[in-house]
Design a protein. Sequence first.
Length: 624
Amino acid sequence: MNDTVSGINYLIAALRKDQTHDGSWNYPFETGISTDAYMIILLRTLEIHDEKLIQGLAARIISKQEENGAWKIFEDEKDGNATATLEAYYGLLYSGFIQRENPRMKAARKFILEHGGMESVNVFTKIMLSSTGQYPWPESFPIPVEIMLMPLSFPFNFYQFSVYGRVNLAPILILAEKKFSIKTKNSPDLSDLLLTRTGEVQWDIQPEYRSLLSFIKEGAEDLIGLPKQLHSLAMDRAKKYMLERIEPDGTFYSYFSSTFLMIFALLSLGYSKDDPVIKKAVAGLKSLRTDIDGLPHMQYANASVWNTSLISTALQLAGLSPDDPAVRKANAYLLERQQDQFGDWVIHNPNSLPGGWGFSDVNTRNPDIDDTTASLRAIGRTVEGSPINQDAWDRGIHWLLSMQNDDGGWPSFERNTENPLLDFLPIEKGEYMFGDPTSADLTGRTLEFLGNYTNLPDHDPAFKNAINWLLNNQEQNGSWYGRWGICYIYGTWAAVTGLIAAGLSTNHSTIRKAADWLYSIQNEDGGWGESCLSDSHKTYVPLNASTLTDTAWALDALIAAEDQPTEGIQKGIDYLLNSIDKNDWTTAYPKGQAMAGSFYIHYHSYRFIFPLMALAHFHWKFGQ
C-alpha cells in the first residue's frame, strides 16, 4: 500500500468479506494445542467414537511439533514447553492414531523426561492427569471444599476468587475431595514419565498452606457447628454452583476448561457417561470447534462478541456510517447479546441492574468490562449522533460505572475482589487464575470510552479516581503492564489513550514519559514487537521482530500523544502499510494472554482491527 486511504480501504474490504450472516465475525480464538489434546482425552474417556474429529485434532497437534520433539506455546519460547509437550504426547497416544514407537513420540518423551517428567507440569495439567488415572492425587488439596461454606464476611471465601477462578475451582474441589480417576481399556500408560516412584510423588504443599487449610476447616466448624455434615454440605454446594451456571449450549460458563472439569466432576458424583447434562456439555464443547489451515482446533471460548464489537467500532472510526449494512447488522447482533440476568458480579455489586456484555456468543451471565465498553462504543452513534438504542445504552453505562473498584480503577469481571491471602496459595500463576484486580488496560480502555463517547463531566469522580490510579501505577520506564494483552505495549496504549480522552494534557509528564518509552523500543523497520516472555519476566522483553498488532497499538498511543506526525509515527505508518497483507510467524504470534507462561491467545481478528484503528486515527487527525 502506498497511502493511508488505500490501507484503510483494503482492511474495510477484508472485514466486509468475513462478516457472517448474523452480523457477527467469527475469527478464530486460537490457544495452542492444549484444548485439542484435552478434547481427544475427553472423547476417549467418555468412549465417544468421533474418529474424524479425533484424527483431525491429532493431525493438528502433530503439525505443531518442533524438530526437537517438543511443543512451544509461542515462537521465541526457548526449546519448548514441558506442560504443552506432555499434553500433546498424552492426547496423541490416547487418540490411537500414533504409536509411542514413532520417532516423533520418542523425541517428545525424551524432551519431557529431560525437563522434569510428569512432576514438572503445571497444577492444572496434574489435575487432568489425576482425573484420568495417570498421576496420584495429593493427600489434601491446597484448598478444601469447605471453602464453599464460608460466608462473605470470612477473610477467605469462595467469592473472593475471580469468577474465572471459581468456575474452574468448583469442579476441581469435587474431584480432589473424591480423588476421582477414570481409565478405559484404551488409556495409555504414562507411568514411565514419572521420575519418582508413584507412591513417593508429592504435590508441593508446604506447612504454612496446611495451616491455611486448617484455618478454613476450623472456620467452617465454628460458624456452622456441624463438622460431620460439613463435607457433604460443601460438596452439594459445589455441585449446585456448577449446575446453576450452565449456559444454554451446555457449557459451564462458556469456557472449555471449566466444562471439561465439570464433566469429570459429575462423573465422580455418579453421573453416567450418557447423562443428558454430560451429553449436552460435550455438544457445547464440540460447538467451539473452528478450522485453521484445514485442520480442526478446539477454541477455549467463542470470541464473537469481542470480535464484533471491536470491528464495528473500527469500521465506524474508519468512516463507515452507522447505517452501513455491515455496521447495522453488527450492532443488531450486539444488542441481542446485552445481558439481562444477574451473574456472580452482583455479589460484590448488589446495587446495580444487569446491562453488560460478555465475551462469547453464548455467554448469558458473565459480563465483563472490556466487552461492555467495546459494545457500547459500537452502538454509541447513529447518523443523528445519539445511541442507536437509548435503553441499552443507559443500562450499559450504569452497569459499567457501578463496577469501578474502590481504588479508582476497573477490574475485568467483578469489583473489589482483591485479597492478599490469595498470594499464599501454593498454586503457580494463582494470581492470574484466582485474582481480578484493577488493571491498566481495563482502566485505560474504560477511560477512553467515557472520555470519547459519553457526556460525563471532567470533574466526575469516576474520571478523577481512575486517572489517579493510572498515574500511580505507571512503571519506572514510562510503560504500564496490560493484563489481557502482550503486555507493556498493550497496557501503555490503553493507559495513554485513556488518560488523554479523560482530559490529561499531551504535555503532561506521564504522557511524555510513555511516548519516550514507545519511541525507545521502536524497531529499525519502523514497527514494534513484544515477546510473550514479558509476561513471565514482569518486564518488557523485545520480540526482535515487528508485528502488525504491536505496531498498531504503539502508533495509536503516539498519534493520541502528538500534535504533529513525528518521524517515529511516520516510520510506523510506513511499516503498517508495507506489511498489511503479510503472512508469516509474526502474524500468528499471540497477542492475548490469560495465564503467564502457559496460556496465550492468537486473535485472528487483531491483524485487521488495530491497524485499521491506527490508520483511521492517523488519517483523521493529521489529514494524511
